[in-house]
Every structure is written in C-alpha cells, then in structure tokens.
Design a protein around this ligand. Structure first.
Ligand code: NAP
Length: 353
C-alpha cells in the first residue's frame, strides 16, 4: 500500500554530475530523505572555481503517486456507454436520468449541466426538471414521486443542497429505491451498511473504486475520515469498515486532529475547507483521498505539502470529482437494466464498492 514512485525532487537546481547518492535518513516527522554528497567539480568546462558546490544536502526521496480519477472515470463512463447502447438496442430507448434542480444556485446549475454533458457522452437521456426556488417541500416531494412512478425514468437525482425551507430528507425519501442512483435515501444507506443490494452514494463509491484500482490494501489498516456528512463522510467510512479497515471519524468537535491523522494509513478528507489538512499531519506513505472541492479548484488537503509525504494521493481536480459522475452514469445504466428486468444482478453489482 502506498508505494512510492522513486521519482526524486531536488530542492535546488544543481548541474548534473555534481551529486552522488549518500546514506538515507529521516527527520523528526519521519519524512525520508536521501543525503546527497556534493562534489567539487574538476571539469573547468562545466564548472568555474566560483560556483563549485560543496557539502551535503537533503533531498526528499520520493513524491506520492497520483491516483488518476479522470482516466479511471473515462473508462467507467465508456463501459457505461457500451452497456447503455446494448440497453437501447434491446429496449428501443436510452436509459434515462432525471435531475431535479430547485432554485437557481449557479454552482448547482453547473453541476447539473456537467452531469447532463456526461449523460450525453454515455448515451443516457438526461431529463432536467427545474423547480422555482420558492417551491415548498410538498411540491418538491410531489415532483420526485411522479418521476418515481414514471416507467420511462430509470434514475433520479435531486441536486443538493436544496433551499433551506425545503426539507431535504423528505424530498430524498420520495425517490424510489430502485431509481436512487445517487444513493441518498435511507433505503440505500441501510443497504450499504448491511452489505445488501442497493445503490451506493456516488462519491464514496467512486473513492472505493479508486482505492481498488491502485491496489490499496484496506483490511487491517487505520482509515481516518475527516467529515461525517450523510452523502460523503459517513458512507465512505462504512464502506471502508465493510472492507475491514479500522475506521476513525473526525468532525468539527474532534480534538487534536493532527495526532489522529498521523496514525492514518488511509485518509479521506471530506471537510469543505481549502488546504485544511497540512502535509505534516499525515503519516509518511499514507494514502490520501481528497474529496474536498473548494472555490478555485482547491482540495481540503494542502497538496503541495502532502505530495512529499503521502504514498498515493488524489489530485484536485482530476481525482474524486470525475469518479462521482462516472459512478452516477454506471448506476443509471444498472437501474435501467434492473427496471426492465434484463439484468437482475445489475443492482447487486453496484454495491461492490
Ligand atoms: P458538509 O456536509 O459540509 O460536511 C463537512 C464535514 O466536515 C462535517 O461533518 C463537519 O463536521 C466537518 N468539519 C467541519 N469543520 C471541521 C473541522 N474543523 N475539523 C474536522 N471536521 C470538520 O460537506 P460535504 O457535503 O460532506 O462535502 C465535503 C467536501 O467534499 C466539500 O468540499 C464538497 O464540495 C466536497 N464534495 C465533493 C464531491 C465530489 O464529487 N468530488 C461530492 C460531494 C462533496 P460536523 O459534522 O461536526 O459539522
């Protein structure tokens, strides 16, 4: 787990041929360094007497490997597209994802648009329902219940957050479990917790797929999840637990977060605060999954610090974000097959995460 690349990074640029690798060591925080001895260069064509380097310096041994969510998401979306095509050939219609947007929050509108674009790539019909910001809970619930009954709709996504005066939980619960491709209902959460058939929450599902793709050994490892929201922190912790990690949840009341994080072999950041987790809070070699997405494409982890400390790390953007949408596409196609009973195992497969 957390293997490193061996790629070396010099702190100062030095002409090649002046350095030889020396002994290795570690600083007080456990960061592994290689000591490089600097020679006096004897070749006057390369080095004048004035700039001959001397002494010894520390160079961090390795940088973390990146977990490339964009590439993996492309593969998942491509596979979903092949299955959507097969579904269309067998039924005469495309799988259909209905997205419900309440109000005109620009960030939410962007997310809905992005999901619509990926639907198009995957051969999935995207049906958009936009409700006025003043809609009340009954109206939102009623619209979703209608989609739940509509046989031409396979998956339903309520874009959240909804306006404060709408009871989000009531609205979510109007989604039929077999169409809950975003994994937000109590039914889906319980199914995930019990390891039963059902749709998994997309971001946690995407995180687990990434960990598996990079052969991260989860069983017996200390996993620290920072954040406990119902759509992200809580479910990802439960999925890690179901794979036999020892899971610690941290939240806004957690005391001495750095010392908890330093014991984490796997860290999932789901806080929503830019660069909240410093590099020196991480255990050297840790697997770091940054689910945070803050203004300016900034994650919850200080990436520049963490990359010299972690073994594996997700970039922001290009890590967890694309995986979320890819899992949504995959689960929508699963739901379509499940709805028309063409593939009874499809929903079971989506709980693999
Ligand atoms: P959220 O509902 O606001 O939850 C944030 C969590 O962080 C809460 O559990 C909160 O604790 C905890 N927290 C806040 N301050 C903390 C502190 N000082 N120390 C430790 N924990 C603290 O957010 P969310 O919906 O889970 O999203 C989290 C981040 O993930 C955001 O950046 C969001 O944009 C991103 N996200 C990304 C994707 C994706 O597809 N990539 C999907 C969903 C979310 P309390 O429970 O005690 O308040």
């Amino acid at each position: 787990m957390g293997s490193t690349t061996g790629e070396r990074r010099s702190e100062n640029a030095v002409a090649p041929g002046h350095l030889t690798a020396g002994k290795e060591g570690a600083d007080a925080q456990g960061v592994i360094y290689e000591f490089q001895r600097q020679h006096v260069c004897l070749d006057p064509r390369v080095c004048s007497a004035d700039n001959r380097p001397t002494g010894e310096r520390r160079v961090p041994m390795a940088r973390a490997r990146l977990m490339d969510g964009s590439r993996m998401a492309q593969d998942i979306t491509l596979h979903a597209a092949e299955r959507a095509d097969e579904f269309a050939k067998r039924t005469g219609r495309q799988p259909c994802l209905a997205t419900v947007l309440v109000g005109d929050d620009p960030a939410s509108a962007t997310y809905v648009r992005m999901k619509g674009n990926t639907c198009r790539e995957a051969g999935i019909e995207s049906r958009r329902i936009t409700l006025p910001a003043a809609s009340n809970t009954n109206e939102v619930e009623g619209e979703i219940a209608k989609l739940s009954r509509d046989p031409s709709v396979d998956g339903i996504l309520l874009q959240h957050p909804v306006p404060e005066h709408v009871d989000e939980r009531t609205a979510f619960e109007a989604i039929a479990p077999e169409k809950d491709v975003d994994g937000v209902t109590m039914h889906s959460f319980a199914a995930m917790a019990f390891g039963c058939r059902g749709f998994v929450s997309c971001t946690p599902g995407g995180i687990m797929r990434l960990l598996d793709a990079y052969d991260v050994d989860i069983a017996g490892k200390n996993a620290v999840v920072v954040g406990r929201s119902p759509i992200l922190g809580k479910p990802v912790g439960m999925l890690l637990l179901s794979r036999n990690a020892t899971v610690t949840y941290c939240h806004s009341r957690t005391q001495d977060l750095p010392s908890i994080l330093r014991a984490g072999d796997i860290v999932v950041a789901a806080v929503g605060k830019p660069k909240f987790i410093s590099g020196d809070w991480l255990k050297p070699g840790a697997v770091v999954v940054d689910a945070g997405y803050n203004e300016g494409n900034i994650g919850d982890v200080d990436f520049d610090e963490a990359i010299d400390r972690a073994g594996l790390i997700t970039p922001v953007p290009g890590g967890v974000g694309p995986m979320t949408i890819a899992v949504l596409m995959e689960q929508t196609v699963d739901a379509a097959f499940g709805q028309v009973n063409l593939d009874k195992s499809s929903r079971a497969q989506s709980t693999r995460a």
